[in-house]
Unconditional design. Structure first.
Length: 87
């Protein structure tokens, strides 16, 4: 799967409920931190390094809905709703 198809959906906004922080994944971040890509049931799953800790072994597993929903933020790119959890 080609990386270019992500560009309309970046940055990703990921909320970490455990640490009450929001992690913004930009195009540059994603290219640096990407570990694995896969698709399942029309969702794109991305495993990336977790920026909340220094451990490179900690990853987010992200299911990205391909329907971008504007949430009042103008960054030049649309925000995608993302479900994220630790694996």
């Amino acid at each position: 799967m080609r990386f270019e198809m992500f560009e309309l959906y970046l940055p990703f906004l990921i909320y970490n409920s455990i640490q009450n922080k929001t992690d913004v994944i930009t195009t540059e971040d994603l290219n640096k931190r990407i570990i694995q890509l896969e698709t399942e049931n029309e969702l794109l799953k991305i495993s990336i390094q977790n920026s909340f800790t220094n451990s490179v072994n900690t990853q987010f597993h992200i299911a990205v809905d391909f329907m971008p929903v504007p949430i009042g933020l103008t960054v030049g790119e649309k925000i995608a709703f993302v479900n994220a959890w630790f694996i």
